[in-house]
Structure formats: C-alpha cells, structure tokens
Design a binder for this molecule. Sequence first.
Ligand SMILES: NCc1[nH]cc(CCC(=O)O)c1CC(=O)O
Length: 331
Amino acid sequence: MTEIVASVKVGTRGSRLALGQTGQIADVLTGVGGFEAEIVTVRTDGDVLTGPLSQMGGTGVFAAALRAAVLDGGVDVAVHSLKDLPTAAVPGLTLAAVPARVDPRDALCSRDSLSLAELPAGASVGTGSPRRAAQLLAARPDLMIVDIRGNVDTRLGRVAGLPGNAPAAVVPGKTGDLDAVVLAAAGLSRIGRLDTVTEYLEADVMLPAPGQGALALECRTADAEPSGVLGRALAAVDDADTRLAVTAERALLARLEAGCAAPVGAFAFRKGSMLYLEAVVCSLDGARSLRLKKATDGLTSVGATLLGIELAEELLAGGAADLADLSGSAK
Ligand SMILES: NCc1[nH]cc(CCC(=O)O)c1CC(=O)O
C-alpha cells in the first residue's frame, strides 16, 4: 500500500516566467517527496497595479501576497524569484530551499544583433532597474535609458526584429520603439527566449541583482522540519553552494539597508574552500561607482552572512550612501 499524503499546494505568481519555473520545481518536489502537487496562482499587487513599482513599496509587492497565502494556508510552499524576495525575515515562514542557481548574468537583447559597444551613439535601451541603468550608463554614458515595465515578453516586444517577436509594431509607440532591452538571462532561459540575447553582460560590466538566477522556496516554519514529507523534499532540492552565495549577497543588501530597486549589484560564488563576494554601488547616472570584493574561508551560513555584512560596511566606509539613496525608493 502506498502512503496517502494530502496534495501540496505550490503557490506562484501568474506570469509565464513564474508559472514555468514553478511547474519545474513542483515536478522535482513531487518526484523527491512522492506527493501530489497542486499549482495555486496568486495575484499580487505588482501584477494588478500599473504605477511605478517604487510607489507600491518596491518589488516586495510581488512577494507579499504569496507570503500571506502561505501564512493563511491557501498555499503550502511559495516559489519566488529570490531577487524579488525582501531580505527581512517573516515570522512563521522559513526559506526552506534554494535550488541550484542558473545563469546569474544580465543579457542585452538588441536589434540587428548589436553588442553594447556596437549600439549607435544615443541608442535607447529599456530597463526599469536603477541598477541596470546605472551600470549601462557607466559603460556607455551616451545611451538613453527608457524606464519600462511589464513581463519579459512585453519588454522584448519593445525591440523590433528580435527572434520570436510579433513581426510588426501593433501598438505604435509601444512595440519596436527601442534599440535594446536588458533582462536577466535566467528569466529568458526559463521562458525559452535565450535566442533573443545578443550579448551576455559579464560581471565586470554589470553585476547582477543579489539573488538573481536563484529561486526561493518558502513554507510555514512548522512544515520545514526534515521529519515531515514536505520538509524532506525541500531539503533535497536545496543547493548548499547557491545558498551560501545568496546568503552573502542578501546579507550585504540588508546591511546596506538597500531596497530591491537600489543601484546595488552583488554576486558571490564558492570556489574550492573559499566564498567570494563582489559588489558595486553606483550613482543613478552611472558617473560614480564604488566596487569592492572580499572572500572568506568560512563556508557556513554565519561565515557567508559575515562576509556580506563586512563588505557592506567597507562600501559604507567608502561613501556608498553618498552615491545614491540606497532605500531604492527614489528614482
Ligand atoms: N524583476 C523581475 C524578475 N524577477 C526575476 C526575474 C528573472 C530572473 C531571476 O530569476 O533572477 C525577473 C526578470 C528580469 O529581471 O529580467
């Protein structure tokens, strides 16, 4: 006789990106845990409202509704993009698994396969991210940065002639009006549109957002116990190296008291017996920036957290708070 286990409700936002990554994770969890999964779509303020994110409380609006659904039992485990998850802990919830990270880089998707260096003077590049805007301007001060929002497909639609885009500008002024957009390679990969990438932006040009390319699986603290069926499955999909890296990146962000929309990039990785962390804080116009790196041989949660905190304090000592409003609410 097989053990009868109630189905696990896996919560997600409703975008194609979110549904795709949640479906994959649900398959892995059910494979490991031997239970059924039911995908529950939660509409968030970030999906419903259309104003600037900064006026809705930042990208945290995407996570808040999902977290509330876990707390009230409508969802058992939430699948978040880790970079959209605010760093502050929520009582009653546990970040139970961080699966192996995929490509953390940002990617340029431009018309005519142009690279960043090849874009014509004054070219228009769409991004809603002050971090991306500032680093783009640091590399190419002549670019015209256009503030765009919307899901990944909508943003790609702003560049004419990308593979997979509708052939003609259907809505004048809203499709095909930009020379390029910058998006996370991870998101493009998850919806099968990596063929639109014309250049992967390496860390020396653009440091990613803390947590970029990683997922976060959050459940009620009581369900995270490895003795339970869900906790055991979550522990099995956790990736120790990814967790160390994102712990350092998020500790840095928290110590800077920086919001998800602050012009702060950070990337950590373990290599051998060391954990390396590099971070940048920019002025919004990209004219000034402070970039530092640091490493530790403390390959534990505490070691990774200290690495993030110490690098943040070095950045603050170097004047990071004078470069930009780190709360990330200012535009
Ligand atoms: N802010 C939106 C967002 N949140 C997560 C991803 C996909 C990449 C990832 O999982 O890190 C994206 C799209 C993007 O930034 O291009």
